[in-house]
Ligand binder design. Structure first.
Ligand code: NDP
Ligand code: MG
Length: 384
């Protein structure tokens, strides 16, 4: 039987690579629903190629052109954020690939979990914002969440077959696009510079998050909730070659790592096919051509965002949600050249100081914390 797939965020970096995996395995997957935010033309092309049953455009302004583009095809066309969440929860779906970016990913994940769907999760913000509530819900509804994020996929792969408690998770970190720049030079960094990632080609937001190490902080939070490991047992190590995707240390001193050429289609296919693996045509990795794998401590003065994320984990409640909302607004402002590079972390610190803190949040509290944080940062940066 084919797995029936809802791919949320099909026009993005993870979305397009997920469709590569579907294209390589036509006997295993059937695309039922595809969603995008505003890139309606690309969405229409994908729907035609994959013979999708339905498409959703989250930004309702693009509903009409999308509907017209698909008028001659038997594709149902919907619009709006609620429709994205409804499609994730529909009865004709077996697996939801959540490749949305940002807070927008939370509610679709929740709705899919409530229907007991399998979730292949790229949208780390789901767990940053509401990890505690989301994981509790997933346990209750027996909805498996398989990570797509490469570090978490690596850890997941290292844990298969293990029964004993682990000592430590070791998350590797490339250091992002600005790793070779001295700290003093950060103030004048432009979006173009920060968007040039040395190893990975990804969406704009995560590329900026990688350069500030907000992304690595978010991955610590994501790991805490996915694997039920306290912050004290999660460490981060800089590994510029991005060959070791992450590691697990056990209590007997053994360390397992997952390695390979950086390619997100490996964790994407693993999340979709687990417990099997894809048969993909790849060049064999050459250790001889990659003889040097190096590791170094992260510069925590240059990258304060990592410790801010650890602090948010220790505080719990709505703290990480506030950090995420502030970051989303500040990154968008930086990309639009409405603020400087250092304003990103400054905005996060400001929001965390000023925001209301709720210790035991509900989904409604997360929504309010997100709204408040965004408003605080918009006021700070004097943007609309
Ligand atoms: P992109 O920005 O490339 O794609 C995001 C997708 O979500 C697009 O399809 C976009 O539509 C859609 N979208 C954006 N905003 C909204 C919204 N408000 N409502 C509904 N849909 C929306 O992101 P990435 O693919 O890079 O990242 C996706 C997620 O995966 C992120 O959480 C990221 O952290 C995570 N991730 C990504 C990796 C990568 O290699 N890219 C690696 C590890 C994790 P449109 O195209 O129309 O704007
Ligand atoms: Mg990652």
């Amino acid at each position: 039987m084919k797995q029936r797939v809802a791919l949320l965020g099909s026009t993005g970096s993870i979305g397009v690579q997920t469709l590569d995996i579907v294209r390589e395995n036509p006997d295993r997957f059937e695309v039922v629903t595809l969603t995008a935010n505003h890139r309606w033309e690309e969405l229409a092309h994908q729907a035609i190629e994959f013979d999708a049953d339905s498409v959703v455009i989250a930004d309702e302004r693009y509903y009409e052109p999308l509907r017209e583009a698909l008028a001659d095809y038997p594709v149902k066309v919907y619009a709006g954020e609620d429709a994205v969440a409804q499609c994730a929860a529909a009865s004709n779906i077996d697996v939801v690939v959540n490749a949305l970016v940002g807070y927008a990913g939370l509610i679709p994940t929740v709705r899919a979990i409530e229907q007991g769907k399998k979730i292949a999760l790229a949208n780390k913000e789901t767990l940053v914002v509401g990890g505690e509530v989301v994981m509790e819900l997933a346990m209750r509804h027996r909805a498996p969440i398989i990570p797509i994020d490469s570090e978490h996929s690596a850890i997941f792969q290292c844990l298969i077959g293990e029964r004993s408690p682990l000592e430590r998770l070791i998350i590797t970190c490339s250091g992002g696009s600005l790793r070779d720049l001295p700290r003093e030079a950060l103030a004048s960094v432009t979006p173009e510079q920060a968007l040039r990632h040395p190893q990975w080609s990804m969406g704009a937001k995560i590329t900026i998050d990688s350069s500030t190490l907000v992304n690595k902080g978010f991955e610590v939070i994501e790991a805490r909730w996915l694997f039920g490991v306290e912050a004290e047992r999660i460490s981060v190590i800089q590994h510029p070659q991005s060959i070791v995707h992450s590691m697990v240390e056990f209590k007997d001193g053994a360390i397992k790592a997952q390695l390979g050429t950086p390619d997100m289609r490996v964790p994407i296919s693993f999340a979709l096919m687990y417990p099997e693996r894809a048969e993909r045509k790849c060049e064999n990795f050459s250790f001889a051509d990659n003889p040097t794998l190096t590791f170094a401590e992260v510069d925590r003065v240059k990258y304060p965002a990592l410790d801010i994320a650890y602090d948010c984990l220790r505080r719990g409640g709505t703290a990480a949600c506030t950090m995420n909302g502030a970051n989303e607004v500040a990154v968008a402002a930086f990309l639009a050249k409405q603020c400087g590079y250092l304003d990103i972390v400054r905005s996060i610190e400001y929001a965390l100081q000023k925001a209301t803190f709720v210790a035991h949040p509900t989904l409604a509290d997360y929504a309010e914390a997100d709204r408040e944080s965004r408003e605080l940062v918009r006021n700070l940066l004097k943007i609309k």
